[in-house]
Write a protein that binds this ligand. Structure first.
Ligand SMILES: [Zn+2]
Length: 224
């Protein structure tokens, strides 16, 4: 795959093409502004050493399947031919998700306005409780709107090792975990398939919109 010149793996090439379509969709919704956001896909074989992740700093509207590079779970470049490329600054957070949730195949990280606003409004509570919304059934394994899902919020940081350790420490507190927000920053979510991961972003974004509207109407569950 030029320009990276990494060894071509036909299966992963297809998976990255599919992921690129999703990136364009997320960009079209305004959820990946100003070259922000990053995306990854686990390498396909059992026992593979890592994942393909978007290179840093590209406009996601113009992103192509050639703009990924392969890294291991320590965030290190796998192929010497790609040593000149710079993986996303948040590579370690993707690595954490793949290691904590072994079913995760795709990790999507977006920067929407609604997610960013809510992450600030609920930062002191360290999360948002989501219940009694039909769209929650879009989260894999959720069969009823009555399920309560906790979306944790972690304070933002530029030290990815420290941030990763903090997220890892809080990982099992409110299972099942479908994603998390970084305060003033954005959403991480993932899935066992491309479609599932995309659906999870859509569920969360739909709910962010609902919660902001409910707050503006003084709805008790989201009044503070
Ligand atoms: Zn980010």
């Amino acid at each position: 795959m030029s320009p990276s010149s990494a060894p071509v793996d036909a299966v992963q090439t297809q998976r990255l093409l599919k992921l690129t379509e999703i990136i364009h969709f997320l960009h079209s919704r305004g959820w990946t502004p100003a070259t922000s956001s990053n995306f990854s896909c686990r390498l396909p074989d059992e026992g593979s050493p890592g994942f393909s992740i978007s290179v840093s700093g590209l406009d996601k509207g113009a992103f192509s399947a050639e703009n990924f590079m392969d890294v291991d779970f320590a965030g290190q470049v796998i192929h010497p031919e790609q040593a000149h490329l710079r993986p996303s600054a948040e590579t370690l957070l993707h690595a954490l998700v793949y290691q904590k949730d072994t079913s995760a195949q795709v990790v999507l990280h977006t920067h929407s306005v609604n997610g960013t606003v809510l992450s600030k409004l609920y930062e002191a509570q360290k999360g948002i409780g989501l219940k009694d919304f039909e769209v929650l059934k879009g989260l894999e394994g959720t069969a009823t709107h009555q399920t309560e899902i906790w979306l944790p919020i972690f304070s933002n940081a530029q030290d990815m090792s420290a941030l990763s350790a903090e997220i890892e420490a809080g990982w099992g507190n409110h299972p099942p975990l479908y994603g998390f927000l970084l305060a003033g920053h954005g959403l991480y979510t993932w899935g066992a398939t491309h479609a599932q991961a995309k659906r999870h972003v859509e569920v969360f974004e739909f709910l962010f919109d609902c919660i902001l509207k409910l707050r503006s109407h003084g709805y008790p569950d989201y009044s503070r």
